[in-house]
Design a protein. Structure first.
Length: 637
């Protein structure tokens, strides 16, 4: 039967184990038991051969598209290699003597051994075996190198939008789909909702369920999702030997023994002389971070962004890169770095050495992990410098340091400022119309009513997903409008920096939100503005729980995927629609408001921007409006 699963890193790890001559069944249990239906040796052997054939075929197809001389051509030849043949099984000396009718008392041990070796051709076999072993090792080494290249070209990391069929055994995937779990996003949501016994009524057993959770833990960085602590069963915590709860969120990860080297911060053992305990620019007085060394100071500074997950990820990434650079490239603690050192860091970012880069996404616990995924654009270089300067400013403000060596470097930087290309990251009027038509083509019912309310609310108000996830119906209220006899609806949302603001909501959007609310159970507490429609415990109605930002993102992203599939038939750029993210709806609101001539300060207030500078990106991007307005200037006179 056809196997619809994609090639992942675990498949290549299993293939490498076989090519190295390791125990195939043990390797299968280690790498593939979570996604296959059985672990017996016959199945493992068949799976290895089938996977090798798939890789060979994929490499062949890829090589046909590449120029001559490309390494993939030689890799395909080197992959025409099979596992070590089974060793020849010989009888014991006693068994052979008995089968030949030889009297052990008549022959000496030496004579019996001589006869045994002659009978089985062992006298001339040792040299042949040595030559065969050397040849096998040479071919195996070339095959493993070829497999590594194939992995770089073919291996995929999972995405929350992937179907369960892409990663799991077809029987398990079919049962999960029957339980309403079609994608990895659905799977993570079910696990987080129902906890460690999520597998009940899902078609899989406890052992299989625990293995799937263990795999999801290992893929946390690639999937960009977290499993809540109550979702991790004791069995999984026993298998994942070092699991800890991060202070900054409900994120579990495998922790390796701490060492000094090019490693993630949680695995890094910093020598005392580089710890910053005696840094040149340390204040050596009390500090509000409660930190005694640089690593503690950086971690404490990052905690202030704990409620802003996207900001935290970005700041942690750049802080980690800079701290590793200080230790490994300069050989100084962060608290001893000077302005010339920071200038050298700017040069480093412009041409990151190869040993710092791994283009393949791997988990942070993987030995192949590196801080960079490629060379940085000038805008990304500037963003990195801005974040490092913010880090130093935070450490100075907290009383940990007495100087910021990055300040003069950033001021002298000629790198371009990071500027959002709004036209490329928003929907045109035709695309907005296509989104609305696509909503109407959805099957009639609660899901369509929720989708319509969600899309129209984001287009009409431009609020962030984090703000929407916290909003409830009690945050909607009517207010009087000066100079008008009728009232208007406003929604109170809590944005960045915990700042509340009021956003006007059109009457028709409120009507769609109320239609969605009628599909939810009677509210005993604050009813979410946009809620989940999964079955409630016991099967009576829907749960009506609040959707998380990641849940809202997954819901909209799946819808946008369906829109892209029909965009070309309507004369639209399907690739542009396919690349869309949910934040494009917010950018679309800003652009439409700018085109309509809404004053910039009003747009700034409605979108919750900290300054008019941020809002101005919507004004400077409106080339069409600028061209139309400037055409009104007479050419003569």
């Amino acid at each position: 039967m056809r196997d619809d699963r994609v090639l992942g890193l675990h498949h290549f790890a299993f293939l490498r184990a076989g090519l190295h001559g390791l125990d195939l069944q043990a390797a299968f249990v280690r790498y593939l038991a979570w996604c296959d239906s059985t672990t017996d040796l016959r199945h493992a052997t068949h799976r290895h051969a089938a996977l090798l054939a798939i890789v060979r075929s994929a490499c062949g197809q890829l090589a046909s598209t590449l120029p001559s001389g490309h390494p993939a051509h030689q890799a395909l030849a080197d992959l025409q290699f099979n596992m070590r043949p089974a060793a020849r099984t010989l009888p014991s000396l006693d068994e052979w003597a008995a089968s030949e009718g030889l009297d052990r008392d008549f022959y000496s041990e030496e004579e019996l051994l001589a006869e045994y070796r002659a009978a089985h051709g062992l006298d001339n076999l040792d040299a042949a075996r040595a030559a065969e072993e050397a040849g096998w090792q040479d071919r195996a080494g070339r095959a493993v190198k070829a497999l590594n290249l194939a992995e770089a070209l073919l291996a995929r990391r999972p995405s929350v939008h992937d179907s369960v069929d892409a990663w799991l055994d077809r029987t398990v995937a079919r049962r999960l789909r029957a339980a309403g779990l079609a994608t990895l996003s659905d799977l993570v949501l079910r696990i987080n909702t129902r906890g460690r016994r999520w597998w009940r009524r899902s078609g899989v057993g406890e052992r299989r369920g625990d293995r799937i959770v263990q795999w999801l833990l290992a893929q946390r960085d690639a999937l960009d999702v977290d499993l809540r602590p109550h979702s991790i069963s004791p069995a999984v915590q026993g298998e994942v030997t070092s699991v800890r709860h991060e202070v900054t969120g409900h994120a579990y990860e495998i922790i390796m023994p701490r060492q000094f080297g090019l490693l993630p911060l949680e695995q890094l053992a910093v020598p005392r002389e580089l710890s910053g305990a005696s840094g040149v620019f340390r204040s050596h007085g009390p500090n509000t971070l409660g930190a005694s060394n640089d690593l503690e100071a950086v971690e404490a500074w990052l905690q202030r962004f704990g409620e802003r997950s996207a900001t935290l990820r970005s700041y942690r990434k750049e802080s980690e890169r800079f701290l590793l650079w200080c230790l490994l490239e300069v050989g100084k603690p962060l608290s001893s770095v000077t302005s010339p050192d920071c200038q050298a860091f700017r040069t480093f970012l412009a041409a990151v050495p190869a040993k710092w880069v791994n283009v393949m996404p791997v988990s942070r616990s993987d030995a192949m992990w590196r801080p960079f995924r490629g060379q940085l654009s000038p805008a990304s270089q500037r963003q990195a410098l801005v974040i490092v300067q913010a880090l130093y400013e935070g450490l100075v403000a907290a009383g940990y340091l007495v100087a910021n060596p990055m300040r003069s470097v950033l001021k002298a930087s000629a790198l371009p400022a990071v500027r959002m290309q709004v036209q490329q990251r928003s929907f045109t009027a035709a695309e907005v119309q296509h989104l609305r038509m696509s909503v109407e083509l959805e099957a009639d019912g609660p899901h369509r009513r929720r989708l319509r309310a969600l899309v129209e609310l984001l287009l009409a108000c431009g609020i962030r997903l984090d703000e929407l996830a916290q909003a409830t119906h009690s945050d909607l209220r009517q207010v009087e409008v000066d100079g008008e006899s009728s009232s208007a609806w406003v929604l109170t949302v809590v944005g960045k920096r915990r700042k509340a603001r009021e956003v006007p909501v059109p009457d028709d959007v409120v009507a769609w939100l109320e239609a969605h609310a009628l599909d939810l159970p009677a509210a005993t507490t604050a009813r979410p503005l946009v809620a989940a429609l999964e079955p409630a415990p016991g099967g009576a109605g829907v749960s009506g729980r609040a959707l998380t930002p990641s849940g809202l993102y997954a819901l909209l992203k799946r819808f946008l995927g369906r829109c892209s599939a029909t965009a070309a038939a309507r004369g639209l750029d399907d690739e542009h629609v396919a690349a869309a993210s949910t934040h494009w709806l917010r950018h679309t609101f800003g652009r439409r408001a700018a085109v309509a001539g809404v004053p910039v300060e009003v747009i700034c207030q409605a979108m919750g921007h900290a300054s008019l500078t941020t809002t101005s990106i919507y004004l400077t991007q409106e080339r069409s409006r600028m061209i139309r307005e400037l055409r009104r200037i007479p050419n003569q006179g």
